[in-house]
Design a protein around this ligand. Structure first.
Ligand code: PGA
Length: 230
């Protein structure tokens, strides 16, 4: 089954709004034949009761407990019913400064403690312009555990939150490249909207979407899911 994942990032700002959004999404997506995942901020995780979506976390630490101020462990997440984590989102790589070695540890710890992983890869604009996108992604993939509980999300940095999605040709060739290297499922992420969802869902090698901005708009997110399940 294809995967539809909502990455809320650091949104919304209140519990009330998070509860409202989650329940609307849970109701709307009920009958879509997809694996449906919701990645809210950590603090909302214990408050959200979902019947049709599986909860995920946007990040995770690589130790189960201990003196790691500010971090959240894979075992804590498991205890709250979380099934998935995102590792290596480009905002964590580029804004927070996470490096590949740390991401490998996070992915390995997640698997060890029973979590599935969405592992994000993708090149920056200047890397694509220099023709380095395949080598950048290949390097990122070399840190990914080869385990079928890992799903790759290809998210070109220049397409995230910019309204500028990658073209079907760019997606098809990169997904084929990734599958050839790691043999895992590959989601596309980067400005997936209802207006481009049909075209992107038809691309060979797209096993699902990781959706940011549009996942905060339940009706639009639902219509993206409809396009993906056709
Ligand atoms: P976007 O974000 O859909 O807002 O571009 C995607 C992501 O960062 O996962």
């Amino acid at each position: 089954m294809r995967i539809l994942a909502a990455n809320w990032k650091m949104n919304p700002e209140t519990v009330d709004e998070a509860l409202r959004l989650a329940s609307r999404i849970d109701t709307l997506l009920k009958d879509l034949p997809l694996v449906k995942l919701l990645f809210p901020p950590y603090v909302y995780i214990p408050l959200l009761k979902l019947e049709n979506l599986t909860l995920g976390a946007q990040d995770v630490f690589y130790e189960p407990k201990g003196a790691f101020t500010g971090e959240i462990s894979p075992t804590m997440l498991r205890d709250l019913g979380v099934g998935w984590v995102i590792v290596g989102h480009s905002e964590r790589r580029n804004v927070i400064g996470e490096v590949d070695e740390v991401l490998r540890k996070k992915a390995e710890a997640s698997l060890r403690y029973g979590l599935n992983v969405v592992y994000c890869v993708g090149e920056r604009l200047e890397e694509r312009e220099r023709g380095e996108h395949f080598s950048v992604v290949e390097r990122q993939l070399s840190f990914v555990p080869r385990d079928e509980r890992v799903v790759i999300a290809y998210e070109p940095v220049w397409a995230i939150g910019t309204g500028r999605n990658a073209t079907p040709e760019q997606i098809e060739e990169m997904h084929a490249f990734i599958k050839d290297r790691v043999g895992l499922k590959v989601l596309y992420g980067g400005s997936v909207k209802e207006k481009n969802a049909g075209e992107l869902a038809a691309v060979e090698g797209v096993d699902g979407f990781l959706v940011g901005g549009a996942s905060l708009r339940p009706e639009e997110f639902y219509r993206i899911g409809v396009a993906l399940s056709r």
